[in-house]
Design a protein around this ligand. Sequence first.
Ligand SMILES: Cc1cc2nc3c(=O)[nH]c(=O)nc-3n(C[C@H](O)[C@H](O)[C@H](O)COP(=O)(O)OP(=O)(O)OC[C@H]3O[C@@H](n4cnc5c(N)ncnc54)[C@H](O)[C@@H]3O)c2cc1C
Length: 367
Amino acid sequence: MAEQIEFPMRAATRFGLSAPRDVMRQLCDHFVEHCDVIVDGDKARLVAEFGTAILECDDSRMSVQAFGYDESTLSYVKMMVVEHVLEYAPSDKPDIVWRGDGVTGGPLPFFREMRVVGARDVTPNMRRVRLAGEDIARFASGGLHIRLLFPASGLAEISWPTLGADGRIVWPTGAAKLTGRIYTIRSIDVAKGEMDVDFVIHEGDAYPGAGFAVKAKPGDIVGITGPGGGVTPSADWVLLAGDETALPAIGRMLEELPASVQAVVRVEIPDAAEEQRLASAAGLDLAWLHRGEAKAGTTTLLEDAVRGVAIPDDGRSVFVWAGGEHKTFRSLRKYLRGERGLTRQQHMVAAFWRRGFDGDSPEAEEA
Ligand SMILES: Cc1cc2nc3c(=O)[nH]c(=O)nc-3n(C[C@H](O)[C@H](O)[C@H](O)COP(=O)(O)OP(=O)(O)OC[C@H]3O[C@@H](n4cnc5c(N)ncnc54)[C@H](O)[C@@H]3O)c2cc1C
């Protein structure tokens, strides 16, 4: 396997495992979904959008080289490998210490503390919160989404996560514990140091994400990490489909699409009051799907609408992007991959939330 990788940042580690080849196989099987995986005997290369990892095994050890474009992307590569090694070798407790570039012990390079500078209703159920912070240029590209970290209320001092020697995040515990929820940067103004995040005010708005938006007032503090989760697709023809939680991403992607693109957009919302004016240079075929009295995440409106869209087969490049409730995500993914045969490069379908389940817990996902 040729190793001519030109990245500004690199780091390496080597650690003992009881069954390194088995762990490497599980890791590669998992990452096939998310990045390019090239396996050559006891060596594997994982090529993600944000960086690359090269793994190598012998009978008792695994060595890993991580490559990134900057401190943040190097951290992402380290984390993606280490978290999965620990998941697939839970009883080994390997002693993982990185050498080379990248910070340890300090604040996360992909973290910023933000403060609320304003909030207003875009529609009756969508509240736009404007956040301001220092040095936010990195959040303008490389991903549309961020994780918001909400501190418990009433703390004299807020603790934020730091980076451990093994490359994983060390989360504050006890009273300092943070609650995380994933949102989309609807728009960002790097020069002003401000970004807008649109929050769906859903059933039971006392929950961390929706509740934060309902109560947001200038001076409130929230942490953000990211960005991640994909960028605006580049294809001649795109289908963007989602419920109201995906509307901020759809709105932003539409604003970024050039005039040469044909965009088909299907958005499920409660009713006409939730429709937003969406600006785009792209050719637009937009339909709002009103679910009326039905509860969010209980209809097949979105899937039916996506099935009703003819995906062109005339030589143009195509991309289908969809975000919504978990059940819809599963059926759409099955349809697009199975029935339509779209490749990984031609679609991205994500669960944005799940009926009856709380949003993400950063510790659970990143431990
Ligand atoms: C990549 C990504 C980007 C996202 N971007 C946005 C965004 O820009 N704006 C946005 O509003 N959301 C967005 N979401 C969805 C958001 O993270 C979830 O809706 C999250 O659960 C909201 O957190 P919460 O604290 O309000 O509710 P939680 O505490 O997570 O959930 C409490 C209860 O409310 C239910 N619930 C959660 N969301 C909804 C909903 N939309 N409608 C009805 N019931 C719900 C849950 O099933 C649960 O029963 C995004 C998700 C992902 C993965």
